[in-house]
Ligand binder design. Structure first.
Ligand code: FES
Length: 67
């Protein structure tokens, strides 16, 4: 599903960024080139990133920064 229509960023790309080591919303934003135009995506994107980071913390033994 597209989250950022201005930059063609999907929720899958956000989750993949976290799986590849992004530890914060800011890092995901930079990795995916998210936002920066209209800004309408930011609330939804932040929720997805927060949820995914929580899931990673609960299911992964590797802490962020040790990847
Ligand atoms: S929808 Fe993401 S900047 Fe416009």
């Amino acid at each position: 599903m597209y989250i950022c229509l201005c930059k063609d960023v999907t929720d899958r790309q956000l989750r993949e960024s976290i799986r590849r080591g992004a530890c914060s919303f800011g890092q995901v934003r930079r990795h995916c080139n998210l936002g920066g135009k209209c800004g309408k995506c930011m609330g939804e994107a932040r929720l997805i990133v927060q949820k995914e980071l929580m899931n990673q913390g609960q299911t992964s033994t590797s802490a962020c920064g040790n990847r």
